[in-house]
Design a protein around this ligand. Sequence first.
Ligand SMILES: Nc1ncnc2c1ncn2[C@@H]1O[C@H](COP(=O)(O)OP(=O)(O)OP(=O)(O)O)[C@@H](O)[C@H]1O
Ligand SMILES: [Mg+2]
Length: 876
Amino acid sequence: MLTGVVGAGLTSLEVLRRLDAGPRGLVEDEATRRLQRYGENAVLPRRPAAWAWRLLGTLRDPFTAVLLGLGVVSAFATSWSTACVIAVLVAVSCVLRSAGEYRADRSVAALRDLVATTATVQRRADEESAPLVREIPVEELVPGDVVRLGPGDMVPADVRLLRADGLTVHQAALTGESAPVAKRVPDTPVELARPLFDQPHLCFAGSSVTAGTATAVVTATGADTHFASAHRGPTGRRRGAFDRSVNGISWTLIRFMTLTAPLVLLANTVLRGRGLETLPFAVAVAVGLTPEMLPVIVTTALARGAAQLARRVGVIVKRLPALHDMGAVDVLCVDKTGTLTQDQLTVDCYLDTDGHTDPAVLHWAAVNSLWTIQLADVPAPDALDEAILAAAKAAGGPAADRDDLLCRTPPPPARPERALSAVHEPAAARATLMDVGGVDVIPFDPARRVVTAVVQRPGRPAVHTLVVKGAVEDVLDRCAIDEETRARVLRLAGRHAARGLRLLAVALADRPARARPYTPADERGLTLLGIVGLRDELTATAADALAALARRGVAVKVLTGDHPGTAARVCAELGLTPGEIVTGDRIDALDDARLAQLADTTTVFARCTPAHKARVVRALRRGGHAVGFLGDGVNDVAAMHAADVALCPHAAVDVTREAADVVLAEKDLTAIDSAVAAGRHSTGNIATYLRIAVSSNVGNVISMLAAGVLLPFLPMLPAQVLAQNLCFDISQLAFAYDRPDAASVRRPSVLRPYAFSRYITVFGLVNAAADLATFAVLGVFTRGQTAFHSGWFTENLITQALVMLLLRTARGPLPGALRWATGALAAVGLLLPLSPLGAALGLAALPMAYYGCLVMVLVAYGLALAACRKFGWPVG
Ligand SMILES: Nc1ncnc2c1ncn2[C@@H]1O[C@H](COP(=O)(O)OP(=O)(O)OP(=O)(O)O)[C@@H](O)[C@H]1O
Ligand SMILES: [Mg+2]
């Protein structure tokens, strides 16, 4: 196989020869042999990671790391029982977590396969057959394959260009450079001195096509690609809402925990004159404070949510934390075509600059579409071009069938010709599409918003005609017209945009024929012909989906490259109030702070380039919103990377599906609402766990501190603290299976640190008060350490079960998992002190009278909790 560097200096022909390939593509049998020889074209191994690696991976979690640190401290203090219990705790948490992750990974991998990307390859059945262009799974590509690239494609392997038209690629994953770079087949010998990624004729796996098209030969696949050897992740992943909430709270807790041990130690030394023998106890208290099951709960809750979504509404969550982000989203930005509308266009009108129907406008639009498709080797033609060709065909004139053209067969027999009104001269008026010969193409680029086909008209060998079509304003900018005509055409366009039509202007220019390729600099001094209006039906479920999102407190904003009038009409038809529309030019004039303010109050942004879309998303995030972006085109990828969570419909182009965290596999847009609900549901369960676990842990720490100071002995032995903690943790796993209350799925679910800390302070104090009441009861009924320890142990476990039942947010029937978990926890609290294991931990049976008083303490505690809940205070 060729390495990129060796291939860099060779001509196309030499490269093909070395690869033992040809421009017509490999023969299928040869491709199969090469697949066996070189292996699958996969950068990352598809096998799930081995168990050992998975377990080791879980040790990197901050909670586990802190626990291990505390274990080592206990071992140094020769407190072996503490060290052992910590080790068990770490082991249980790691095994549960890696098992959960394994299951989640497997289902996510299976789901990802459903939305896997494909490559467009040109192969032959045998040496004699004509090449056939078809889609194959990216993994099946081999060196020597001839592939076609178009806008929105991922570059599937390292390739060398054989021909390219206006190709620009995004190589950020390889070079970190965020602007797209132009690639072309050089006319002069290649300069080897340039850095590899700057070589114009080489494209690399891991990059994607932003505009233009190309045919290329694969030089390296799979592990041999530069992308694989660079060992980088696919794209630098942004920090989403998940990182900001769950991870933020985790780190706050860890800081708090690391303060606890010194605090306990200090209190005992200063107030009780105890020395280092309190260390294991201090360590145990710190361990008790940790919600070490948090990672397990998070994985389980999210994986369950993702699996249900896939099953019920066909929504595929590619990255688990994205489900949490879906729940947090309060602004959803959407692109218009292909999301809110079906991207199935039909031509509605073709008008000259005075607004009269003019078949010549359609004819030249069709010439542009035809030669754009023909010359650019696009893997999939644009819906706009297909619609124009279909209309031209239906109008009776040209007989250009797209499918025939793609197979590069000659056109079907010409239909009866139909006279088109003269444009420049009578000969052109009678031309059918195929009579006009294609010379060159400057492909569509979402920043320029125009596409140019250069053609040669019959009988005019010395002249090249530039046929330009694109967004009205952008075509007008390139025309030689007076202000008055410009204003008239803009008014005409505005009137038709207000009918909800997508508009394209068509313009021509004649130039002396030349061999030099054409560039965007040639698109000037054009003669405007008129405009074509296309109708795009709304997606059937769009209005319902938007209404459902509004009910859930998600604001929808439309970010489109289209005309403001078209965008406004589509929004109005979908029940969105468009309000004042902000266009790309206006965005350019604003600084970030002002844009953030404006973005807050704006519903429709029109005439956006990809960069505008990304800037608006960033501004919204800076304004404190959790932002989702739903897009289907290559021009949406930058915004998708900027958002907290990226969504795409199933029909989206490859690079968009690659960038998306959530793929809607079905056509139904209301699935977004289900994904939002599922995200909030999972987050609700995680929040319930965090609130309950942390507030009871805080309560325990307060009472441990108090008891340590009040009592002549340690209030609980380190091993007992840890055993109790293990029981809590395991029972709280049941929260992953809870159903949060209806209110918490009605609003975006964000864990607010302030509300959260107020909650844990209040319930922590109530919990501590119950413990202190128990101490009083124990003081009356028991004598000595063992009885005290046992009494408190039992009380603690039962109050914990009570807290789990009373503080969960949902009111409905109790899920089975929670019923079992709380029942088991209370039973362990009552029975463990009576068992031999209890004796080993230093626990013993208690006098009967104690249980009577315990019931009273529990009833009082339960009433206090219920009262706090009833008065709605504090709401976390
Ligand atoms: N194939 C094409 N040929 C010529 N002009 C085009 C073509 N596709 C799009 N345009 C023009 O460029 C404008 C922007 O289109 P683009 O697809 O980049 O925007 P977008 O943000 O994806 O729009 P939408 O929200 O409608 O999906 C369109 O309004 C149209 O005028
Ligand atoms: Mg689009």
